[in-house]
Unconditional design. Structure first.
Length: 166
């Protein structure tokens, strides 16, 4: 999905919710009992992804982990994380992990028009790093450069969390 710089977190979250509603059967058609979703979002996709997560959780599906990379308007995003006693269905254990990863020198999320920099509310882990990439490449740095170390570090943390029984 692509959005205009003037779009709001609310608009993108609503669009994600509607997308999950409209595509629910396609999103879940190959899932078995006990299967869980995992999300990786980037930039404006963080709010869109949170909208999808809201709909899927309303339908009783688990979201094992969510990684938001350089989320645009992070300060305005509240991650959908069910906590006791807010669980909408009986017996559902909390297994979701929410990671807020940001390049601190990213001009898109920290200095651009309407960027609303900050942290995603309800995130379990926040990673703040400085990119060594050219200014025009920082925003997509973790994705574009094929950063094996980035993905290995993130997956190590995800696996630690998920195996800890939290």
């Amino acid at each position: 999905m692509e959005y205009d710089i003037t779009s709001s977190v609310g608009e993108r979250k609503s669009a994600g919710y509607n997308y999950a509603h409209d595509n629910f059967l396609k999103l879940t058609e190959n899932m078995n009992d006990g299967d869980e979703f995992e999300f990786i979002t980037h930039s404006m996709g963080a709010a869109f992804g949170e909208g999808m997560i809201s709909y899927l959780k309303e339908r009783g599906y688990k979201v094992r982990a969510t990684l938001h990379i350089n989320p645009f308007q992070a300060h305005d995003i509240k991650a959908n994380k069910y906590k006791e006693p807010d669980l909408p269905w009986a017996g559902q254990e909390k297994t979701d992990l929410i990671v807020d990863y940001q390049n601190m020198n990213d001009p898109v999320i920290n200095n651009a028009f309407r960027s609303s920099p900050g942290e995603i509310k309800n995130a379990d882990a926040t990673y703040r790093v400085f990119s060594t990439q050219d200014l025009t490449k920082i925003h997509r740095d973790p994705i574009d450069k094929g950063a094996t170390q980035f993905w290995e570090a993130i997956m190590t943390e995800v696996n630690k969390f998920l195996n800890s029984g939290k």
